[in-house]
Structure formats: C-alpha cells, structure tokens
Design a protein around this ligand. Structure first.
Ligand SMILES: C[S@@+](CC[C@H](N)C(=O)[O-])C[C@H]1O[C@@H](n2cnc3c(N)ncnc32)[C@H](O)[C@@H]1O
Length: 400
C-alpha cells in the first residue's frame, strides 16, 4: 500500500445520481483523488484520509463516500453470513456502538435486500457476542456506523459509509416548498451547464430556492458541507479532528468573490417564504434577491448569464395547463432572456417540446424516480435569432 503525506492510500467509492458521474469525477480530481474510474451511479477513486474528508466536505454531486473493507464471493446465504462474521469488526467498532446496514442486491441468490441486511446484522452481532458476550445494537435513524453491502451476482462488497446521512442533506434546507429538488441534483444541473460563476444566475420558478443557493455556493466556492455539522467518519476510531480542521481551512481559503447577480422569483408567496428561510439559513440572503412574480413578467439582469429552472411537472398539474405553461416559458425566453443560456429540467417530454426552441444540448437525469430531460437553449442576441426553431431536436442521449 502506498503512502502520501504520511497517510496510506486507500480505495474509495463516491455514489452519485445517474448522469452526474463525469461531473463528480471532475470534482474528485480537483481534490487530488487518483485512479478515478467512472461506474454506474458511482465513481471509484483512490486517496488518503484527507481526500476522504475533503470528498465529503467539498463534492457537490456526491451522495455518499464509501470505504470498502472486504470483498468476497458467495454461493449461498450461509456463505454471506460466514464471510461477514469473519471480518475483524472489533478493529472498527465496539459493542457499545450502534449500527445500520444498507444493502443493494442484484443477484439470483437473494430476492430482498432487507433480508440481506438482516443476515449481515446477525453476522456482525454474533461475531461480537461470541467474543465478548455483548452486542452492538441497531439504530436505523442515527447509527454510529452505517455499513453498506453491495451484492452483484456472487460478488459481495462490504463498505463503511463515511458520510452518515446522505450528502444531499447540506444543512440549509429548513423549509420545503412543493417538490423541492435534491441539493445534489441541483448542483449537478448547474455544473453540467459548464457555468464558471462569472455571470448572472436566474431561476424564475425558484420554489424553495435550491438552485439559487447551489448557484451561489458554486459561484463563491463555498464548500458543499459548509452548513452541515455531522459526517459518519467523525464517529470512527481513526477520526483525526486536526486533519478535518485542515481540510475545512483549505476549503475556506479557496472561497472567492462573486460580482454578478443571483435572482429568483416564484408565483407562489408561500414557496418564496420557504426560499427566504433557506437563504437565511445558508447565510446567503444578502447575496441572492428573490421576489414574488410570475415568470411571464420577469426581466432578468442585463448583461446575459445563466437561467436554470425546474418548472412544475408530474401529476400535480392538468395537461392543458402544463402545455400552456411551457409555451409561455418558451415565449418568455425568446422575448426577455436574450443573451442568456437557459436550462430546463422536466419529466414531461411533450411539454418540454412546447418551449418551441431547439436545444443545444440534452441530458437524461432522474429527479427521484422520475426520468427527466434536462435541455439547454442558447438565446442568442440579435442577428442569430434566426437559429430559433420550433419542433423536436435531433439531439438525444447524454451530452449530445
Ligand atoms: C417544481 S417547483 C420548483 C422547486 C424548486 N426547484 C425547489 O428546489 O424548491 C415549481 C415551482 O414553479 C412555480 N410556478 C408555477 N407556475 C409559475 C409561474 N407562472 N411563474 C413563476 N413560478 C411558477 C411553483 O410555484 C413552484 O414553486
């Protein structure tokens, strides 16, 4: 095993939402991670404990960072039990600790991941009970150790989850409007546009303000975990508070000024009140301006910039209303957003076409379980207006 800055290098796995793997790989590379490999909804990488802490604190598109501790093959349920029991759990935890098991299972050996979690829990508990007569207890809400089991065919990976609660829980979302975006998805959407924070940012259907807050954090390079107090690794036996402090200080030193405007609006006063509460919690209420207004009446800041929005879709709205809403969004973009790049996410592909502009790029993303298209439009100034076209774009798939 190689050593860097006095710490052993280790293999880790960062989990991401589908479609954001490349963005996450870029974030990890910036932190100093090496041997980065793109997987499905995850990125494998190597680094030291410092990169482990930094990935948790700084990666905007990671859901959790796992540290593998064992890998083996199994032919039966009993194999799983025996191999898990054989792990030296006492090296990592004591019987006074609480545990929770998360399992992801793609195998003909088991039909229920819940059953796998139960068997793994039994194996860990029995390994302690056999040696000490006492056992760690289970706490699914706020455990000291989250243990991750991944079974694919006959291959089993056992990992510790260094994040604890999912990293989308940034700590600033104190008030929810209807259908808020996940913070990780919102950050990924902004990073997918290639925005470097050097222009205005607008969300004219901002709801609880997730995109606005993530945009401000990207623009000022505020670490993703700035408002979060707890990570799983803080309860580990090998936790080093000095190293954690070093990681935080390095991130804070990398913050920068932002000299443009971030503005949000929403037709719903109630939703905007949520945005106000969240902005305050993120201490960004002085950097972001919000107001109640239909998007049809919004004039964005002069000088161009980026607009990213998440209009209503799904089952909450009548079909006729949604078609009209997207048509009006298209009209507003053509008339009021010249000089802007505009990105819209929606699971309603028919409504998205009603915008009546040809996307320059489209990605497939998932908002929870809902498959969405995330389409980007270039709203050229003046002479290039001829490039506006209605109808379906020929571009499909990721990044085309
Ligand atoms: C899916 S939610 C956006 C959620 C937001 N991204 C968040 O993270 O909280 C859609 C929002 O569009 C707003 N909306 C609907 N019609 C609107 C209109 N004509 N003008 C402005 N906002 C509108 C709704 O009030 C709602 O807050």
């Amino acid at each position: 095993m190689s050593i860097r800055d006095g710490y052993p290098m280790m293999k880790m796995l960062a989990k991401s939402p589908a479609g954001l793997e490349e963005i996450l790989a870029g974030e990890l590379q910036e932190l100093g991670a090496v041997n980065i490999e793109l997987l499905n909804r995850a990125v494998a990488f190597e680094g030291t404990k410092k990169e482990l802490y930094a990935a948790n604190y700084r990666c905007r598109t990671a859901l959790r960072i796992l540290v593998p501790i064992a890998h083996f093959t199994i032919l039966s349920e009993n194999d799983l039990y025996k191999s898990v029991k054989a792990i030296r759990w006492e090296d990592y935890l004591d019987n006074s600790h609480t545990i929770a098991i998360d399992s992801t299972v793609t195998t003909s050996l088991f039909t229920h991941s819940h059953f796998v979690s139960l068997r793994v829990k039994d194996a860990i508990v029995d390994s302690f009970r056999d040696r000490t007569g006492e056992r760690p207890s289970v706490d699914t809400e706020n455990p000291d150790f989250r243990i991750n089991i991944h079974i694919y065919k006959d291959e089993v990976d056992v990992s510790f989850d260094s994040s604890g609660a999912s990293l989308h829980k940034r700590g600033y979302h104190v008030s929810n409007a209807e259908a808020p975006l996940s913070e990780v998805l919102a950050a990924g959407m902004i990073l997918l546009t290639g925005w470097d924070g050097q222009s205005n940012f607008v969300d004219p259907m901002c709801g609880s303000g997730t995109l606005l807050i993530e945009a401000a954090m990207i623009a000022m390079n505020i670490p993703a975990g700035q408002f979060r107090e707890e990570y799983g690794f803080m309860r580990w036996k090998n936790y080093e508070s000095d190293l954690w402090e070093e990681v935080q200080n390095e991130a804070l030193e990398a913050q920068r000024e932002f000299n443009y405007q971030i503005v949000g609006s929403d037709i719903s006063e109630h939703n905007l009140r949520s945005a106000g509460a969240n902005l305050k919690q993120a201490r960004l209420h002085k950097d972001i301006s919000i107001k109640v207004s239909p998007f049809q009446e919004i004039t964005p800041p002069a000088g161009g910039g980026l607009m990213v929005t998440n209009p209503p879709y799904g089952e909450r709205i009548r079909v006729e209303d949604i078609i009209e809403l997207y048509q009006e969004l298209g009209d507003a973009l053509k008339q009021n957003f010249k000089g802007y790049k505009a990105w819209v996410i929606s699971s309603d592909f028919r409504a998205l076409k009603m915008i009546g502009l040809k996307p320059m790029k489209k990605y497939t993303l998932f908002n929870g379980q809902l498959e969405c298209r995330y389409a980007g439009f270039d709203l050229y100034e003046g002479s290039k207006r001829a490039r506006y076209q209605t109808g379906e774009s020929e571009t499909t798939g990721n990044g085309n």
